[in-house]
Each structure stands twice: as C-alpha cells, then as structure tokens.
Design a protein around this ligand. Sequence first.
Ligand code: AMP
Length: 477
Amino acid sequence: MPTKKSTKNKEEKSTPAKSQKPMESTEDDVDEKEKKVKGAPTLLRGFRDILPEEQGRWNMIRDAIRDIAEAYTFDRIDLPILERSDLFLRTIGKGTDIVDKEMYVFTDPSNRSVALRPEATASAARAYVNHGMLDRPQPVKLWYMGPMFRHDRPQAGRYRQFYQAGFESFGVDEPIVDAQLIVLGLQILKDLGLDVKVQINSIGTFECRQAYLAELVAYFRQHRSKLCEEDKKRLQKNPLRLLDSKDPATVELLDGAPQILDWLDDKSKEHFMKVLEFMEEIEVPFELNPYLVRGLDYYTHTVFEFVLAGGDGEKSQNALGGGGRYDGLVELLGGRPTPACGFALGIERIARALLDAGIDPPQRPQPAVFFAQLGDASRRVGLKLFEEFRQAGIPMAEAFGKNALKGQLEAANKLGVQLTLILGQKEVLDETIIIRDMESGAQEIVDVKKVVALVQKKLHSDEGVAPNTQAPISDIK
Ligand code: AMP
C-alpha cells in the first residue's frame, strides 16, 4: 500500500518551461539550461530523465496498472514506437492538433515517411487487423505501457515525450464495455490513493455528428469576429474542438451554442443512457460534460476523461487520462467493421498528482546484513557469498569499494543492519567468518560454509550473537 505523508519529497519538482512562445519559434527549442551548461550535452526541450529517486513512485503506478490489467484479464501488447506516418494521418485525422502540429514526422533512410507514435490506440487497432485478431474470441482485450511523442508546447504537465498506459477492448459494442473500462481506469487511480471522478459525454456516430457540426459551424460563423485566430482556424478545420477551447470569448459563446447531446440519434442516445445507468448502478462519480470532445477524429459515442476530484480538473491538461469508443477505427484500417473502446492514462500526470497529494511509495526493504571485507582474497569470497545470500532471499549490503574496516562498519551502522559479516585475511585462511551483532557488539566466529544458514536462523529467531565469543575488532587482520 502507498503511504501518505504530509511532507513532500524534494524530487521532481520539475520546472516546466515557462515560455509560451509559439512552437515554430526556433528560440523555443533552446532550453535555459542548454545555454548554461557549456560543453555537456543537454536534454531536448520537453524531454526529461526519470531519475532513480522518482522510480519508487513510477513503480507504484506501473504495479497498480499491471495488477488491474491482470485482474480484468487484459493481455499485454508491446507496440513499436515508430510507425508509418500514414497510420496516424488516417486515424487521428488531418485537421487535428496532434497530426497538424505535434507529430514527430520524418523520412527514414529508406525514404519512407515515418512518425514517432503520438498515441497507441491506432497502433493497437493496426495490430488487431494485422494479426487477424478478429478471429479470436471477442472481446480482444489489450493493454500497453510506453512512451508517446508529441511536439507540443512544453508547459506544466505537457512533455514532448511522455508515458501512457492504455487499455483497448475490441469486438463488442455493448455499453457495459464502456462502463467497465471507465471503472477499470478509476480503480487504478483509486488504488493509488487518488480521489478522482470521470467527465463523460457522447459524440454519437459520424453521421449524427455531421448534422450537429453543420449547426455548430453556422452558430460560430455568426460570431466569427469574436473568435481568436486559433479558434477561427478550428472553425474551419476542426469545429468540434471549439467546444474545448480555452479562449474566454469562445467559452462565453458556448453558452448559446447547440449541444451535441441534442443531436444524437436514438441508437446513440440509448447507448449513452445505458453507459450512464451502469455507472449510477455501481456509484461511479461522474459528471456530464457536454463540451468534452477529445481531440481525435476516430471517436464515436462515449468519450470520457479522468480528472482529480476537487482540483481544477476542467482544464484538459490536468486530465489524468481519457478515452472513448471508436467503432469505426478498425474498418478505417482495412479490417472488418469492429466496435471497440479504450482509454489511456498519462503516467507523468499521475506521478505528479501523487506527489502533490503527498502519497509516497512504500519503502524498499533495507538489507538486514552487511558484508565487510579486508583485502582482495576476502573480496573474492565476498562476491560468492553475496550471491549465496541473494539466492537464500537475504539481501546483503556491502561497500566493496572501501578498504578500512572502520569505514565499512560506519556504513553498516548508517544502513541500520542487524548483522555484519566480517572477513579478514585470517578468516579467509581458516575458512571462517565473523558475525557481528550490530546492536550488542557481540561477535561470533563461524564456519564460512554454514554462515548463510546461521544468519537465516538469527534473523528469524531474534536470537542475536552468543556474547561469549566476542573478538575485538583490532584482532581482525
Ligand atoms: P489524450 O488521449 O491526448 O487525452 O492523452 C491521454 C492522457 O495522456 C492525458 O489525459 C494525459 O494524462 C496524458 N498526456 C497527453 N499528452 C501529454 C503530454 N504532452 N505530456 C504529458 N502527458 C500527456
């Protein structure tokens, strides 16, 4: 279980880039640090190292995801990071921010246009078609975890390489699938100790959306002069995105805008109502958000996002994850018509939320035994002993790099180990080893071949070291 602490770790108070300059600017890619650290290569802007001190929290997240994936019988799939760029153009769609502005597209040495994946649903659907998964028992339930790449403007919670864990369920169009995926995502976040809710909407089928879009465009055209430049472009290229615009003028106009829920056909309405009923049934905290559309073309029917309850979750960059139904995607990629639904969680955002909530990973168990050596012959025995203890399930600490016994005992004390094994030259010759009880200072000389079993017994019995066999440290040569 994660532990909740009031004090925050010093780790990863990452300083998001403050610059809000447009991405096209070349200056934008010159990190402040890049200017300062002369000589040493630095990270590209929007990329980051996940340092050892962050790994405890990341492992906690990875474990929670894996546990839930297994409990809900999803099968792991690993998908390539590099794909033909066409895969994303066809699925996410031209006119979307991801494809138009954020894709890392380049020509590979074989003169093919390739892209670093900006998300993995399209790749999962490609794999489903490529490997004939339609012929397997449906639903085919897949999960993945790995890095995604979007050349977005770096800011708090937005990186150019970030990690997602995704869940995709292919082959069943029942609303229960949507509901179960939502529960699954919520459960991961709840297991981690986060207080979250779901924002949900339906964007219907492609057909009913067309009629709605015509109405939406007509409405915003009347108010075109009030729109910012970005939203004017959206009106032309991807009008649905006007619904989640952050521009205050557009947000104000939304009050009078037509709402997609009023344009859903009967089947779409029924599907959505059933999803909501399931969620009510199992008391999932959800909020209807008529402006939630998600930025990708392939979604149909249910769309949803996970946000922190109580936080300023309305801002989409605070979403911990999101997804929806994409009934047309497999067909779009040349497969037979296949309903599907899925979502992805952003690992950095979850790690950040845990840090902000003061939720710390469980401490790694500290070794109870330390091995102190004197000289090379004793180091050689130490290497072997280290492995014997590992195989016996007793983690052992060492300071092979130190020479003096004093320094090694200080290191052992710092670690708070229960026992230290001391091997001097004499003991190597005698094939013995000293076991020192760190609390009482009592020492015992034992047969080196029996030391693993003896230590195991002492650690489990609390019996300590027999006091009558003390050997002064100064005797050890
Ligand atoms: P999306 O499908 O684009 O909504 O992404 C799903 C989740 O991935 C989001 O809710 C975020 O948690 C995370 N995410 C998306 N883009 C980024 C990014 N540039 N940096 C960090 N996390 C991201």
